[in-house]
Design a protein around this ligand. Structure first.
Ligand code: G6P
Length: 615
């Protein structure tokens, strides 16, 4: 949700900003812009739509850009004000000497705007960001000190912000400030960076300082100073970032999504690494600080998440209830915040988030913490805000995920839930030891079984080709694969814009069956030998009787369903309880190939952003 990068240093400023924005483009692609300090001026360039348009614009204007020494850049996912050129960042003030980029939402921007208009400020855009530009310029005209002007201004802001400011009269100084939106300062030699997320800078340095709320960074190419909003200097640790630049290349794949789908076997091995290595040894989750006593006192577990992470949570609920016998509720973070009585000190609250920055989930987690609940965070970003709020943590180690549609982070979250559910079962001694061994043995086999799926994509491609012209789909299942049905349908919706709904198979006859005819394919996920198989098969027969086209996703040992289904997709044999870690893969691929046939923008689907930092 918007990306910010700032740079002061020895390299070609335009290239550094452009590279940084390219690596952040998954956060938004409604417009892009840069402010450059060049020839003693602040020069601003903005374009509508994707970053490539900014590249073309900069190429066109290359004769007017000489030797920029610092700059700030932005890619936008529109919230306040439509995606238009006038609303694109950087924004400026009446005199044009100041440039500002912003991520977040200023809640009191209307009041501030009215006050500033009374003081003579002329607004050009509908954005909340322009308010900050005028506010800082106004303060600067009084204090003649940019740092103080930023400090005074942010004290007046309500809401969320990560902002970068530069001013013509304060050469090569970039000031960053944050509250409820991520921001880091990256440290180089004779160069420093500010960014909203690590991919922007990881190709240049691995050293970074994470800003906390209400901190302000004053950055030049040779210095970094962090203060609070009163101007008191704060000593911060320099952290070494865990990511490798290789994660940001497609490595020969056509899209990041396809590359990330193929990374899943190794991602799962990574998640298991150090936590489950021997079927006779207990699962080790070092950063989960919940002992037998705490577990005994728990009366319930509440899992909160959004989007794909919410679907992993649904599978997690099933696993924890099944393995450890603890009652679990799952709720969308944006709904959880309205529930007054559901959480207390004897509730364990689990927050699930790929990015660790989703505003809805952060708000929900803070609410849970205020009720004294123990908070466990499952995230792909142990460096995120959410992870910093955690009492217990499971880092899922999927590596940077660039495609907006989540794939490898989902399987990593699922595997984390298997480990957590087993861990709780081991503490509570709720599972038979032979079953536990079998479970662990099968879990360890999953990466190589996914490799088998990935080694033959032909059936999935054929299915995609055959069904790419359909406008509506229903994905059905029961039990633990209901989460897979929801997630498979979400993948298709996100990247192909086809209307796909995940539904409990047993509910089909209570309403949706009315929609079924030959234009509405039904995709069923059913695993032989499982507790739901026969009933799902009956539900498919009901759909067939209404002329629906049927697709089965089943395992290789399911030999007698070809006569019922139009297409059968298979995964290697697996116990039903573990199957979601594998059934999701053909559905990710099906969505991918359908979107490909339809010529959609797979990695950056319209209207979406990978990390949604507004509620
Ligand atoms: C956005 C993304 C989804 C993601 C959701 C939750 O909507 O487009 O792919 O599942 O946010 O994100 P999180 O980072 O909290 O898992």
């Amino acid at each position: 949700m918007c990306g910010i990068v700032g740079y002061a240093g020895k390299r070609d400023v335009v290239s550094v900003l452009f590279k940084g924005l390219t690596n952040l483009e998954y956060r938004g692609y409604d417009s892009a812009g840069m402010a450059l300090r060049d020839d003693g001026e602040i020069k601003i360039y903005k374009t509508l739509g994707k970053l490539i348009n900014l590249k073309n614009e900069l190429e066109l204007k290359k004769n007017e850009i000489h030797h920029p020494t610092s700059g700030i850049g932005h890619i936008r996912w529109a919230t306040h004000g439509s995606p238009s050129l006038v609303n694109a960042h950087p924004h400026t003030c009446n005199c044009g000497k100041l440039a500002i980029v912003h991520n977040g939402i200023i809640e009191n921007y209307k009041e501030l705007r009215e006050e500033l208009i009374k003081k003579g400020c002329t607004f050009k855009s509908q954005t909340d960001t322009e308010t900050i530009a005028h506010l800082v310029a106004n303060e600067y005209s009084i204090t003649k000190n940019l740092e103080e002007a930023v400090r005074n201004s942010v004290k007046k802001l309500q809401g969320a912000y990560a902002v970068c400011v530069m001013h013509k009269d304060v050469p090569d100084v970039i000031i960053g400030a944050r509250k409820h939106a991520p921001m880091l300062v990256a440290i180089g030699e004779d160069e420093n960076f500010i960014a909203s997320d690590t991919p922007a800078i990881i190709e240049y340095t691995k050293k970074a300082i994470y800003l906390d709320d209400n901190e302000i960074a004053v950055v030049t190419k040779n210095s970094v100073k962090i203060t609070d909003t009163e101007g008191n200097e704060i000593k911060k640790n320099i952290e070494i970032l865990p990511f490798e630049p290789a994660a940001l290349s497609k490595q020969g794949y056509k899209h990041f999504m396809l590359k990330e789908i193929h990374e899943q076997p190794d991602v799962i091995r990574n998640v298991l690494n150090g936590k489950l290595f021997d079927i006779d040894a207990p699962v080790i989750l070092n950063e989960v600080k919940i002992d037998a006593d705490t577990l005994k006192k728990l009366n319930k577990i509440k899992i909160i998440a959004c989007g794909t992470s919410l679907h992993a949570a649904l599978a997690g609920k099933y696993l924890i209830e099944d393995f450890a016998g603890i009652s679990v509720e799952v709720e969308a973070s944006s709904e959880y915040i309205y529930r007054k009585t559901t959480t207390d000190a004897s509730t364990l609250v689990i927050g699930v988030s790929q990015s660790g920055e989703t505003a809805d989930t952060i708000t929900a987690i803070k609410q849970a913490k205020s009720k004294n609940s123990h908070v466990l965070i499952i995230t792909n970003r142990p460096d995120s805000n959410m992870a910093r709020l955690a009492d217990s943590l499971i880092p899922v180690n999927a590596g940077i995920e660039v495609s907006v549609a989540a794939t490898k982070s989902y399987t990593a979250q699922l595997i984390s839930f298997y480990l957590l559910a087993i861990h709780f079962a081991e503490i509570k001694n709720t599972l038979d030891s032979e079953f536990l061994k079998h479970l662990k043995h099968e879990l360890i086999q999953i990466p190589s079984k996914i490799e088998t799926i990935l080694s033959d994509l032909k059936p999935i491609k054929e299915c995609a080709k055959k069904f790419s012209s359909y406008k509506n789909f229903i994905y059905i299942s029961r039990g633990i694969n209901l989460a897979t049905a929801y997630e498979g349908a979400l993948k298709l919706k996100e990247i192909s814009y086809i209307n796909a709904t995940g539904y409990p198979a047993g509910e089909l006859k209570h309403g949706p069956i009315a929609m079924l005819d030959e234009t509405m394919p039904v995709l069923a996920i059913l695993i032989p030998g499982g507790i739901t198989y026969e009933k799902i098969l009956s539900n498919c027969e009901e759909a067939k009787a209404r002329n629906a086209k049927l697709i089965a996703l089943t395992s290789s040992d399911d030999t007698n369903i070809d006569s019922i289904f139009d297409i059968v997709l298979r995964i290697p044999k697996v116990p039903e309880i573990l199957s979601p870690a594998m059934t999701c893969v053909p559905l990710q691929l099906l969505a991918y190939f359908i979107a490909e046939y339809l010529g959609k923008d797979v990695d950056q689907p319209r209207n979406l952003a990978k990390s949604v930092t507004v509620e």
